[in-house]
Design a protein around this ligand. Structure first.
Ligand SMILES: CC(C)(COP(=O)(O)OP(=O)(O)OC[C@H]1O[C@@H](n2cnc3c(N)ncnc32)[C@H](O)[C@@H]1OP(=O)(O)O)[C@@H](O)C(=O)NCCC(=O)NCCS
Length: 151
C-alpha cells in the first residue's frame, strides 16, 4: 500500500457540490448503476438540509476532497438513543490505500461517541474484499443477512 497521508475529515458544505458529484458518479460506476439524476439532486439536497437525518462527511487529502460518507440517524426499538446507519462510503480510486477510508470511518465512530448515539452499522457486499478488510479491523460481522423488497 502507498504511504499513509494526513487526511482531514469534516462536515460537507455547499462548496463541496462539484467534488461530491464527481465522486458520486464514480461511486455509481463502481456499483454499475445508473441513477435518475433527480435522485442524485435530491440526495445532495438532503445531505445539505438541516431538516434531513442524512448527513455527509468529506475527507480531504492535500486540500482536495477525495472521499465521503453519507449516513443517517434513526430511532430504534432496542435503544433509547439513536442508531447511525452508514449508507455510502467512497474514496477516489487515485487516493485509495492511504488511510482515507479508515479516517472516514474513524470520524463516524468519533461522531457517534460525541453525540451519544448507540450504534454505528452498515452493510457491504459479501465479495467486497477491500472494504471488508477495512471493516474487519473494526468489528466482526453480526451474522445478520438482509431481506429487501423493492417497490
Ligand atoms: C473501501 C474503500 C472505501 C477503502 O478506502 P481506502 O482509502 O483505500 O482505505 P484505507 O487506505 O483507509 O485502508 C484501510 C484498510 O483497508 C485495507 N485495504 C483497503 N483497500 C485495500 C486494498 N485494495 N488492498 C489491500 N488492503 C486494503 C487495508 O488493510 C487497510 O488497512 P491499514 O489501515 O491497516 O493499512 C475504497 O476502496 C473504496 O472506495 N472502494 C469502492 C467503494 C466501496 O467499496 N465502498 C464501500 C461500500 S460498502
Amino acid at each position: 500500500m502507498a504511504n499513509k497521508a494526513t487526511v482531514t475529515v469534516r462536515a460537507a458544505g455547499p462548496k463541496d457540490e462539484a467534488a461530491w458529484r464527481r465522486l458520486w458518479a464514480d461511486y455509481l460506476t463502481f456499483y454499475e448503476l445508473t441513477l435518475d439524476p433527480a435522485i442524485t439532486d435530491a440526495t445532495w439536497a438532503k445531505a445539505m438540509s438541516d431538516g434531513s437525518a442524512i448527513f455527509m462527511r468529506v475527507a480531504e487529502l492535500d486540500g482536495e476532497v477525495v472521499g465521503f460518507t453519507m449516513s443517517l440517524t434513526h430511532e430504534g426499538t432496542w435503544i433509547t438513543s439513536l442508531d447511525c446507519y452508514l449508507e455510502d462510503l467512497f474514496v477516489d480510486e487515485t487516493a485509495r490505500g492511504r488511510g482515507v477510508g479508515r479516517a472516514l470511518l474513524d470520524d463516524l465512530v468519533t461522531l457517534c461517541r460525541q453525540n451519544g448515539w448507540s450504534r454505528l452499522y452498515w452493510h457491504t457486499a459479501e465479495d467486497n474484499a477491500a472494504a471488508r478488510r477495512l471493516y474487519d479491523s473494526y468489528v466482526e460481522t453480526d451474522n445478520h443477512i438482509r431481506y429487501r423488497i423493492e417497490f
